[in-house]
Design a protein around this ligand. Structure first.
Ligand code: ZN
Length: 446
């Protein structure tokens, strides 16, 4: 094995040759300590959470919804506010913002899903979603990179997945306890710590293995997979749109988490790691001279990113913003700014990665919903990527290489496509024509 293929390992190798082992070890130690000299010695003391109140600049639910209305009115050609469901306890609407260049149409474009506030006490994610909508809309005519993303994707943004939980904290004077779950049983029993379902443990993928199994747990996964109306709304939207990539914003921890760690590896792990690294590079930690850490999610839990990846094969990330639940305005602004850079980078990468195309019936040219199977990149514990029904459109995110594909649909002969090449930063486009199982017979009778 050659250790010296790249310039960094080559110089390390030469360097090692000239020193005895003790000197070499000391030099390496010093090298890793230098960044620490630039970092602050210790982060400031965490505030006493129980005494803190939510700062005034954090909008309540009504204000967030009003902001979504005003953005939709300001940019009617780009934005629509769409109700995707209702909350489980107070039957409040859950809204998505649809962002696209011809927003009134259902376009034949890959879909993205961003979301915030699964957990009530984590509003920075919702603030980012609103910031993203504002920035993308206001820069659509001015910034080429924004124009390109809005033209080529349909982007769905759900700033508040958990309206009941978020509202509860405001009804209680913006004070402790900082709620996490939804408000299931709010009316049935007196509210106390322990009621509610953790929406980020309720998704229908490995649900049984994760979260708490008693309602008292902060991580209570609920009675059954996707039992909660909020989660049903998210899953239905993602399935209908056949979402290919996304991110969900939580706080806090300064982490970019990808699916998954303590479970069978995803066949897409290399790509997921590369994308997570790309996202993290723009995210500067608040107190250290370093960027956000990358981590693997616990795959054995009904978390949204696990479901998005396991069910849809989407590249989905859980991003833990900041270092506390309610940072001050200045800190929030910094977080929003750098997260914007990260998500722009991420979406641009998705636009240039892997396979894209359509599956159609050979005779009628009508769209076909088919399974897109990639040799060596399928696993029995994950669902296969499919082409969606409305256009027969599919995407499959894969790193550069050559791939053997099999396209399967009921009533059609399997279509085998060997040696399909994917280049770096360039999408490979395909149209797949499927013939009916009985095509030969049909043609002979004509
Ligand atoms: Zn969270």
């Amino acid at each position: 094995m050659n250790c010296c293929n790249n310039p960094v390992s080559r110089s390390l190798y030469l360097f090692k040759q000239r020193l005895d082992p003790q000197q070499y070890f000391l030099c390496i130690l010093l090298f890793f300590m230098i960044p620490l000299l630039f970092a602050q010695a210790t982060p400031p003391d965490q505030p006493d959470f129980e005494k803190q109140t939510i700062p005034d600049f954090y909008p309540d639910l009504e204000k967030m919804y009003a902001q979504m209305d005003s953005l939709a009115q300001q940019y009617p050609d780009l934005l629509q506010k769409v109700q995707i469901g209702i909350s489980s306890t107070k039957a409040q609407p859950i809204f998505a913002m649809k962002l696209s260049d011809q927003v009134e149409k259902t376009e034949d474009e890959p879909a993205i899903l961003l979301s915030g506030l699964h957990h009530a006490r984590e509003p920075v994610g919702a603030l980012f979603c609103l910031h993203f909508i504002q920035e993308m809309s206001s820069n659509y005519q001015k910034v080429d990179a924004v124009h390109k993303l809005v033209d080529n994707f349909t982007i769905w943004i759900v700033p508040v997945v958990n309206p009941d939980g978020y509202e509860y904290m405001f009804e209680h004077g913006r004070t402790f306890p900082w709620w996490r779950k939804n408000m299931r049983n709010y009316y049935a029993r007196q509210i106390k710590k322990g009621l509610g379902v953790d929406l980020n443990r309720n998704y229908n993928y490995n649900w049984i293995h994760g979260g708490g199994d008693t309602p008292e747990s902060w991580y209570y996964r609920g009675d059954s997979p996707a039992s909660e109306a909020e989660v049903q709304a998210m899953q239905q939207l993602a399935l209908r749109e056949n979402v290919i990539a996304g991110a969900t914003f939580h706080s806090y921890g300064e982490l970019v988490l990808f699916p998954w760690g303590n479970y069978y590896s995803s066949p897409d792990q290399e790509l997921m790691f590369t994308l997570a690294t790309g996202i993290a590079q723009f995210m500067q930690k608040e107190h250290y001279f370093d960027t956000y850490d990358i981590g693997m999610l616990d795959g054995l839990a009904g978390q949204s990113s696990n479901w998005m990846h396991g069910r849809l094969r989407a590249a989905d990330f859980t991003i833990e913003l900041g270092t506390e639940y309610f940072p001050d305005q200045e800190t929030v602004n910094k977080v929003l700014h750098q997260t914007m850079k990260s998500i722009m980078f991420f979406l641009d990468k998705v636009l240039q990665t892997g396979l894209r195309g359509h599956v159609v019936d050979y005779h009628t040219r009508k769209p076909v919903s088919a399974q897109i199977l990639v040799d060596g990149f399928e696993a029995k514990y994950m669902r296969e990527r499919v082409s969606e029904k409305r256009f027969g459109r599919f995407e499959r995110l894969l790193p550069p290489g050559k791939y053997n594909l099999t396209i399967l649909a009921e009533g059609y002969s399997p279509q085998i496509m060997p040696e399909i090449e994917i280049q770096k930063d360039k999408v490979t486009e395909l149209t797949v024509f499927l013939m009916h199982d009985d095509s030969t017979r049909v043609e002979l009778t004509h």
